[in-house]
Unconditional design. Structure first.
Length: 382
């Protein structure tokens, strides 16, 4: 991986610090979540800030705040937002901006990117953005990194000002190494960036800490890299379920202890929606399936309403896709969702479940978080 990539291991270890002190001086592990109630693993939220028909981006962002507040009250570990571009049904093109807003409306829950698509950005810019977030919400920021564009090829070219998109993904280990050097202010003497400092950051002194760095993936590449660097790993089970077990096996097989982690820590993204009524859970889940079908066939738009999804005339091939997609969503009554999440945790050995619900109704997404918490007897936290 080259000298800079080798430096990633050192940078990650030196910058991990193992724990952070919270507002009251208590020490918090910046990586490991804690299962609450009878949950089989730590529970968190992955939020795409969906925009549905009849809604606006403002509505979606307001719902994201309510989601984060609800997750915080019910003992969820973290709330992440994901970088996507040129998708009408998603309002999360700027994770750092959204996270700053969420930080102003929450107190304890960890906030992070699930993820920032590193090839779209200069590592220094990412270090500055997330250093700023860490200064605003010390000890609460996660920097999840991916190497996909988070969009189609034409939009990726517009973002990166180049048509050499494959090159950006191939350079991911070097970009990661550079980013961590900037976060830790640890370029060696003689390096061309040795006199450049990401601010806010260590050069300014004080107990600044730094974001917890995660690698994200939907295949084996980032799994293996995260393991070799001793970093936490989050796998996109919600849209790449066939690769989940092989990727987690790769991560665990290649894991090397670091100052960040002494043993592997794996989260998986899980599409899940709980509702009081099973029929309503199916109706809402169908909106997400139709939205994904349109995205995959070049017809991306706002998240359709349940009425539109129910009235849509699916071809045989489309119905096969929708049934397959919906089959990977854990949905139904709270008890049914609990059973599904329990079974998935047993099958994967995941340390954390990042629950996402890409459906039309924002109130359904927020309500689902509360119902899942109730199903596990998770306490209400003021």
């Amino acid at each position: 991986m080259g000298d800079d990539a080798q430096g990633t291991s050192t940078g990650a270890a030196d910058g991990g610090h193992g724990t952070h002190r919270g507002p009251a001086g208590e020490r918090h592990d910046p990586v490991r979540g804690r299962a609450k109630g009878t949950a089989p693993a730590a529970l968190s939220v992955l939020d795409l800030v969906n925009v549905g028909v009849g809604q606006s981006a403002r509505d979606a962002l307001r719902a994201s705040v309510e989601m984060a507040r609800t997750a915080e009250r019910r003992g969820f570990t973290r709330h992440w937002v994901a970088e996507h571009h040129s998708m009408p049904g998603v309002a999360s093109s700027s994770p750092a901006v959204i996270l700053s807003h969420l930080a102003a409306h929450t107190d304890r829950i960890r906030l992070g990117s699930g993820g920032v698509m590193l090839p779209n950005h200069a590592p220094l810019v990412v270090a500055e953005q997330f250093g700023t977030l860490e200064a605003l919400a010390p000890g609460r920021i996660d920097l999840g990194l991916g190497r996909a564009p988070g969009t189609d090829g034409a939009t990726a070219a517009a973002l990166r000002r180049t048509d050499r998109l494959r090159e950006g993904a191939d350079e991911f280990p070097q970009q990661l190494a550079e980013l961590i050097r900037f976060l830790d202010d640890s370029f060696p003497d003689g390096h061309r960036y040795a006199r450049i400092h990401a601010v806010p950051g260590p050069v300014q002194g004080g107990d600044t800490g730094r974001p917890s760095v995660w690698l994200l993936g939907s295949s084996g590449f980032s799994a293996q890299l995260a393991g070799s660097l001793g970093l936490p790993f989050s796998f996109a089970h919600h849209f790449s379920s066939a690769n989940t077990l092989p990727a987690l096996d790769l991560y665990r097989e290649h894991f090397r202890p670091s100052a960040v982690l002494d043993e592997p820590y794996a989260a998986i993204g899980v599409a899940a929606l709980a509702a009081e009524d099973e029929k309503e859970a199916r109706r809402q889940t169908l909106t997400g399936a139709l939205s994904m079908l349109r995205l995959r066939t070049g017809r991306a738009g706002l998240m359709p309403t349940p009425e539109e999804a129910e009235a849509y005339e699916f071809s045989a091939a489309e119905r096969e896709f929708v049934d397959s997609w919906s089959g990977n969503v854990v949905h139904g009554t709270p008890d049914a969702v609990r059973e599904g999440l329990d079974a998935l945790t047993r099958r994967t050995g995941a340390d954390e479940l990042m629950i996402t619900a890409n459906v039309h109704a924002p109130e359904a997404r927020v309500r689902s978080v509360s119902l899942i918490a109730d199903a596990y007897g998770m306490p209400h936290e003021d």
